[in-house]
Design a protein around this ligand. Structure first.
Ligand code: UD1
Length: 340
């Protein structure tokens, strides 16, 4: 049984990926510093898979702790590195915190991974690296644009750091997955997204509004040059996204990769407007959502959806769930955690 380290494994995408790894027979070592997650997520994972991953509370900013951890686990076959801070607004206020949290930790992890017999790493990147791309759908060849925020910059610089390290250490194999907009929850409603405070992202704001925690959703702008004036995004079910990590990992383990640093877009290929997301929520929940049109949000791109050809053909991965499926699971999860 191959041993896989998942950093940030109690977070939204991390926890769903741990489930899929365990379902595929991998042994999971899970690290999390609990800064934006709860240890109770372990119970959800255990209840779904019937197996408790080995959890270590560890702050990846502590270099010596990272070194010690890897000394104890020299037989790790691959690392899936999720641990990072992800609040765009906060990153503008506290850039150094973001560079330290997201880049120092990546460097410490890479230093250890290149010392392993099996040097395989999957990195959480983001479609944010493309900024407002000129052409839709966005292919992996689209040029990256100057980042809008320190958070976005950490994803771009993170990719560069890995690429340079792959060039220098040819035994290191890495895949950066560029996520579009992950939403939804596990169909069991035993794990899902747990935003702290007021959600900044659309879908948790919708479900919290419907659950009565928020009065009204603000739709940020309806005068964009799009089909209905609202922004377009590619919303990907978190379970589909989690499966993409397992497939990417297997690609490295089976040595199917064609270069030692690869990037893949992980999205559905379908662009949905904010109003279409609201409509989907209303359809699957049978509830009418209280929303109003508000001014545009600074930093928002007009449209971003993935060209999934490379992921479909080279990686052999394709999103299975529709927007409705994802919204249904997000609502089921919200109802569960609010005891509705
Ligand atoms: C945001 C981040 C992005 C990050 C991603 C992580 C910004 C500008 N971008 O992406 O860097 O990688 O989250 O998931 O924060 N919307 C509303 N009302 C709301 C919330 C959102 O209308 O209350 C709209 C937004 O204008 C956007 C769409 O919904 O058009 C999706 O927004 P969001 O969920 O925040 O994702 P992104 O902005 O795409």
């Amino acid at each position: 049984m191959k041993k896989i380290l998942v950093t940030g494994g109690l977070g939204f995408i991390g926890s769903h990926t741990v489930v899929e790894l365990q379902n595929e027979g991998f042994e999971v070592l899970l690290i999390d510093d609990l800064s934006n997650s709860s240890e109770s997520v372990l119970d959800g994972i255990t209840s779904i898979t019937g197996k408790k991953p080995t959890f270590t509370k560890l702050d990846l900013k502590e270099r010596s702790s990272v070194e010690n951890f890897f000394k104890q686990h020299e037989d790790i076959s691959g690392v899936i590195h999720f641990a990072a801070s992800k609040a765009v607004g906060e990153s503008v206020e506290k850039p150094l915190l973001y560079y330290e949290n997201n880049l120092n930790t990546l460097i410490y992890i890479l230093k250890e991974v290149i010392g392993l017999k099996d040097s395989n790493i999957i990195f959480s990147s983001s479609c944010t690296v493309y900024g407002q791309a000129e052409k839709m759908p966005i292919t992996e060849q689209a040029p990256t644009q100057p980042a809008e925020s320190p958070y976005g910059n950490t994803k771009q610089i993170g990719e560069e750091i890995i690429k340079d390290t792959c060039r220098a250490s040819v035994h290191l194999k890495a895949i950066a997955l560029r996520y579009f907009n992950p939403i939804g929850a596990h169909s069991s409603a035993k794990i899902g997204e747990l935003p702290i405070g007021v959600p900044q992202n659309l879908v948790p704001f919708i479900t919290q509004t419907a659950a009565g925690l928020r009065d009204c959703l603000s739709v940020f702008g309806d005068d964009y040059p799009t089909k209905d004036g609202t922004c377009i995004r590619d919303y990907i079910h978190v379970v589909d996204l989690a499966k993409a990590h397992v497939i990417a990992l297997k690609r490295l383990l089976n040595k199917d990769n064609t270069s030692n640093f690869e990037t893949f877009n992980i999205g559905t290929g379908v662009g949905s407007s904010v109003l279409e997301v609201i409509k989907s929520f209303e359809n699957v929940s049978g509830k009418s959502l209280n929303y109003k049109i508000a001014p545009r949000r600074e930093g928002d791109v007009i449209s971003a959806f993935a060209d999934t050809e490379k992921a479909n053909t080279k990686l052999g991965w394709k999103a299975q769930s529709s927007l409705d499926d994802a919204m249904r699971s997000a609502w089921k999860w919200e109802q569960k955690i609010r005891n509705l």
